[in-house]
Design a protein around this ligand. Structure first.
Ligand SMILES: NC(=O)c1ccc[n+]([C@@H]2O[C@H](COP(=O)([O-])OP(=O)(O)OC[C@H]3O[C@@H](n4cnc5c(N)ncnc54)[C@H](OP(=O)(O)O)[C@@H]3O)[C@@H](O)[C@H]2O)c1
Length: 318
């Protein structure tokens, strides 16, 4: 479908404000560079403003003068307070927000908890983005023209199950099971949000999901680093060099989902090449569990309860 689709084919973004989490590293960094090349105002939501500023300087050097604005702000997705202050500041400083990219993530790390006591992979990857999206949705809905929420999932959603009896994985923790759960949660959330927007008759705001295939970023190294496993670290280095595509290529499905004209609400985009691990972006399907309405509604209700962020999409509390 998108054989030759590259970031150069993105529309001009001079009149757009695009907010991306995890903007300082990997796919977020590459996406920020691509948005900046097209002149966007990019709100770089980073857990460390020091790392964010360093990344912004590098993006500006790479991209040159395009009229883009890079606005680095602190947003720690492992803290509901940080998310609330960040979103409040964005809502007060910006009149419009065209695209929200829920990109930041952690993968296969030893068990830990966020500031609010959530298992970190679920807390950062899903619950943090659920809270952030809920807090920014009024701004997205009030922005004139088409707006989008893009959520980064992974092929690893297929190994995930939502364990409602032990959502925080206190009884039994497997680092991959927890990652899979969080990435399945990303999809259940993205599709359920689209259904709720449609039920409320909202056509101008779309919720879309994507995955990057396999890209060589810091994501794969954090687990071995945190567990102190030099062997796993070395193995990741070899695997990434052999099988990973560049972060620049890995960012294409996100860029496509965020900007391409033909993107449909509720769709899932990923690389169409070998084993869907590399290649140009195309529309793909995710597994049956990700489309399960009962799971989606239950997870939504649980996410509202845990984060304290209530969505009011149709003005009637739903
Ligand atoms: N790379 C792949 O092959 C691959 C495959 C499937 C899916 N994905 C998905 O792609 C997304 C981006 O990953 P990546 O490959 O670009 O990894 P990355 O290079 O490790 O970047 C992850 C970003 O998330 C940020 N982050 C981590 N914890 C955070 C927190 N508590 N609050 C705010 N930001 C936080 C990191 O900030 P710090 O730099 O401060 O840690 C970093 O900016 C993730 O959602 C991941 O699940 C990637």
């Amino acid at each position: 479908m998108t054989d030759s689709w590259t970031a150069e084919r993105m529309p001009e973004c001079a009149d757009r404000t695009i907010l991306i989490t995890g903007a300082n590293s990997g796919l977020g960094f590459e996406a920020t560079s691509a948005f900046a090349r097209k002149g966007a105002t990019v709100v770089m939501a980073c857990r460390s403003t020091e790392r964010g500023e360093r990344a912004a300087t590098e993006v500006a050097e790479r991209v040159g003068p395009t009229g883009a604005t890079l606005d680095v702000r602190e947003c720690d997705l492992a803290s509901l307070d940080s998310i609330a202050s960040f979103a409040a500041a964005v809502r007060s400083d910006y009149d419009g927000l065209e695209v929200l990219c829920n990109n930041a993530g952690v993968m296969a790390i030893p068990r830990s908890e966020t500031e609010d006591g959530f298992e970190t992979q679920l807390g950062v990857n899903h619950l943090g983005h659920f809270a952030l999206t809920g807090r920014l949705l009024p701004l997205l809905l009030d922005t004139g023209g088409e707006t989008r929420i893009v959520t980064h999932s992974s092929g690893a959603h297929t190994i995930g199950e939502i364990d409602f009896e032990d959502l925080q994985r206190e009884d039994s923790y497997g680092k991959w099971e927890a990652y899979g759960q969080s990435k399945l949660a990303n999809l259940l959330f993205a599709y359920e949000l689209q259904r709720r927007l449609e039920d409320a008759g909202i056509e101008d705001t779309k919720s879309v999901a994507c995955h990057p295939g396999y890209a060589d970023t810091d994501l794969q190294f954090r687990g071995p680093r945190e567990s102190g496993s030099k062997l796993r670290y070395a193995a990741v280095r070899v695997a990434n060099a052999l099988f990973g595509q560049s972060a620049e290529r890995g960012a294409l499905p996100l860029l496509y989902a965020a900007t391409a004209h033909s993107v449909e609400g509720g769709a899932y985009y990923g690389p169409g090449g070998l084993l869907n691990m590399r290649g140009p972006p195309e529309r793909q399907s995710s597994n049956e569990a990700s489309h399960d309405l009962t799971r989606a509604e239950r997870l939504w209700a649980k996410s509202e309860e845990l984060t304290g962020v209530q969505y009011d999409i149709d003005g009637r509390g739903r």
